[in-house]
Design a binder for this molecule. Structure first.
Ligand code: PRP
Ligand code: URA
Length: 209
């Protein structure tokens, strides 16, 4: 799919395999999610604009580069998106953070929004929406709808594992949004879980099951 970048990298494959393991505890799970988020942010910011300026090293004058262009906003979809924030902040420490709370109704699999708090200048920022799991894609799709209602025009979506169903929905509803993932899985099961996946990302991050 033209809007999707899959980070095909041996280090990521190694880390995802540990994430998938049902015996991996919350502490290690959180660290791995942070590390993968950092790599996704690195890839997703390859096109940030730079401006040149003069730098003097102890040895000679040279050309330095600093990030310019629009400021960044990170928007985790609660809860599991919170696990990716620190990793993205490692790459973009000056970013502001908005929060969108969503949970999936377990029967209909439809997302239900319960919280939304965004930076006051969100419409002027390049937005990185973060959520480790794209299953039906419904939560990400609704979060992006909300951001567009607030006037956001530049939105990217960073996720660790996605199912093909999510791409179909996102391509239909938000063809302008670039998606960065670290693994495309096979399918959803009858309960809407990604197969093979890693289970419920929120529960595994926060130890709630
Ligand atoms: C999970 C996950 C996504 C959503 C993905 O959240 O973090 O937000 O499901 O599913 P979808 O693509 O079908 O919408 P969940 O609803 O379990 O809430 P939680 O993060 O609070 O556990
Ligand atoms: N949400 C999760 O956390 N995991 C899945 O497999 C699907 C949705």
């Amino acid at each position: 799919m033209k809007n999707v970048t899959v980070l095909d990298h041996p280090v990521i494959k190694h880390k995802i395999s540990i994430l998938r393991d049902k015996n991996t505890g919350s502490n290690e799970f959180r660290s791995l999610v942070t590390e993968i988020a950092m790599m996704l942010a690195y890839e997703a910011t390859k096109d940030l604009e730079l401006e040149e300026y003069d730098v003097e090293t102890p040895v000679a004058k040279t050309t330095g580069y600093r990030l310019t262009g629009k400021k960044i906003g990170i928007v985790p979809i609660l809860r599991a998106g919170l696990g990716m924030v620190d990793g993205v902040l490692e790459v973009l420490p000056a970013a502001k953070i908005g929060h969108i709370g969503m949970y999936r109704n377990e029967e209909t699999l439809q997302p239900v929004e319960y919280y939304c708090k965004l930076p006051s200048d969100v419409e002027n920022r390049d937005i990185l929406v973060v959520d480790p799991m794209l299953a039906t894609g419904g939560s990400a799709c609704d979060a992006i709808d909300r951001l567009k209602e607030y006037g956001c025009k530049s939105i990217k979506l960073l996720s660790i594992i996605a199912a093909p169903e999510a791409f179909k929905l996102l391509e239909e509803k938000h063809p302008d949004v670039k998606i960065y993932i670290s693994q495309l899985d096979e399918r959803l099961n009858e309960n809407g879980y990604i197969v093979p996946g890693l289970g419920d990302a929120g529960d595994r991050l926060f130890g709630t099951k």
